[in-house]
Design a protein around this ligand. Structure first.
Ligand SMILES: [Mn+2]
Length: 325
């Protein structure tokens, strides 16, 4: 990053020059990914662009379906050439879109807030100081002269509230809170988003949480908390894979825990998917994830693994020790 800071003007210039824009985000999209995707879709359409938004790899998690509706596609209908806009993607490998879609893009614009972003685009705007990617989308839209009205703001707010853990995580700063106030002034209703995202929990998800918390393990004298969610858990509760998303917050909340780890057994693909959270930042969990081929933020990261469960747990414990906790 240059001293001038992230080059938002470059992204605006590239998008202003584009006629057709395909917006993409990361695999297993979360609230910030989908908020950025839909916010960019609506905002760039308001700027007069032909725009499509892709969610190519998995169904949209149920708590965000009210936001995405029928507005996302698996692939594009646009003929090449078009511009690809990647939002909230730390690396090119994490971008969830068909290879054919990438091949048709003449320019890739990378708008992201991961500190370890690989700068995989032709234009890269990386702002690690942004609490969420939707703040960045708002910056870009502002430079394109787009008025952030309530329907665009609603999508942007979803990214803000979820990536800050409802304004509780360490990334919650004055900029994030000002952005929230600005969106509320533009007609976004925080309570409505809270109810839609957090208060429509299926019973199966609560049962899955119970199973996962029931096999909680503490290691390194209570500084590591870990648990797992197996395919059998999903089958017995009827919950889907995304239903385990909130489990790790309960682990991190335990007194004395510095590192929380959730080990999931996905329906297909690698043997395990691991999520890591650091409580105080004393250990950089993105470094642990990197060591296993993954990535993320210093306090929230993840990776995939084909190790056996015991080896995987040993790896996490060893890396955490080496990381200084
Ligand atoms: Mn994000």
């Amino acid at each position: 990053v240059s001293e001038a800071g992230p080059d938002y003007a470059a992204a605006a210039t590239a998008l202003a020059a584009a006629e057709r824009i395909v917006v993409v985000t990361h695999e297993n999209p979360d609230g910030d990914a989908l908020g950025s995707l839909i916010g960019a879709l609506r905002g760039l359409r308001a700027a007069g662009k032909a725009v499509e938004a892709l969610v190519a790899d998995a169904p949209v998690p149920r708590e965000y379906r009210w936001l995405t509706g029928d507005d996302t596609r698996v692939t594009t209908t646009f003929a090449a050439p078009y511009t690809l806009l990647a939002v909230d993607c730390g690396s090119g490998a994490r971008v969830a879109c068909p290879e054919s879609v990438r091949a048709g893009a003449t320019c890739t614009v990378n708008v992201d807030h991961h500190h370890d972003n690989t700068r995989f685009g032709d234009v890269n705007v990386v702002d690690a100081g942004a609490a969420c990617a939707t703040i960045m989308v708002a910056e870009v839209l502002g430079r394109l002269g787009v008025e952030i009205e309530a329907t665009i703001g609603l999508a942007l707010y979803v990214g803000l509230v979820t990536d800050t853990g409802r304004f509780q995580y360490s990334n919650t700063d004055a900029r994030a809170l000002r952005f929230a106030a600005d969106l509320a002034a533009r007609g976004v209703q925080p309570h409505e988003v809270f109810v839609r995202v957090y208060e429509a929990v299926p019973a199966a998800r609560v049962r899955l949480l119970g199973l996962a918390l029931g096999r909680l393990e503490l290691r390194l004298a209570g500084r590591i908390a870990l648990t797992s969610v197996t395919r059998e858990d999903l089958a017995s509760t009827g919950a889907d894979e995304a239903a385990s998303d909130g489990v790790i917050d309960h682990l991190r909340a335990i007194d004395g825990v510095e590192l929380a780890a959730l080990i999931r057994e996905p329906a297909s693909g690698p043997r395990y998917k691991v999520s890591l959270r650091s409580q105080s930042g004393a250990v950089d969990v993105s470094a642990i994830a990197h060591a296993a081929g993954g990535g993320g933020h210093p306090r929230a990261a993840g990776f995939s693994s084909d190790l056996a469960l015991q080896e995987l747990v040993a790896f996490i414990e060893r890396e955490a020790s080496a990381g200084g906790i």
